[in-house]
Design a protein around this ligand. Structure first.
Ligand code: OFO
Length: 168
């Protein structure tokens, strides 16, 4: 495996791990603040990011690359509001998308079509996750500070998230 691509994939492993810890902290904050639906949503997101990380680890090993398992970074664990939580969520997903685009660019540059092909799964995944994050933040922006709106958002979050459709 090309060394620059191997390094980018290792970076990606770290970003997915960081996202997993970040979402775990979000889940815990929501749990602590009585938003059970939001907390379930982020516990699930956290698990998904861990799987994204593992998928990369396995792929790099299959391709006889050298995996560097990253250390844990302490994530932000205090959020002023639900809006802040979801703004961070969208920002985090946009950051990951940017990094994936970077990997794709390098694959094309180095003509590694195998890694390019593998990374398409992540491209699709990011498209969906960004759409979900945007939809949820849009809803919260409509709700504003309304407490009963927050109550309903928390109750319905998983339905709202699964109803998001992405045009490909
Ligand atoms: Fe790993 O899927 Fe988003 O970040």
């Amino acid at each position: 495996m090309n060394k620059s691509i191997e390094a980018l994939l290792n970076d990606q492993i770290k970003y997915e791990a960081n996202a997993s810890m970040h979402y775990l902290a979000m889940a815990s904050w929501a749990d602590e603040n009585g938003y059970n639906g939001v907390s379930e949503f982020f516990y699930k997101q956290s698990e998904e990011e861990r799987l994204h990380m593992t998928k990369l680890v396995k792929f790099v090993n299959e391709r006889s690359g050298k995996v560097i398992v990253p250390g844990l970074e302490k994530p932000k664990d205090d959020f002023g509001s639900l809006n802040e939580l979801f703004e961070d969520f969208l920002r985090s997903e946009m950051f990951v998308t940017e990094q994936i685009n970077h990997v794709i660019f390098e694959c094309l540059d180095k003509k590694d079509y195998n890694v390019h092909n593998f990374m398409q799964w992540y491209v699709t995944e990011q498209l969906e996750e960004e759409a979900v994050a945007r939809t949820l933040l849009d809803k919260l922006n409509i709700i504003g500070d309304d407490k009963s709106g927050h109550y309903m958002f928390d109750r319905d979050i998983n339905t709202i998230a699964t109803d998001v459709e992405v045009e490909e």
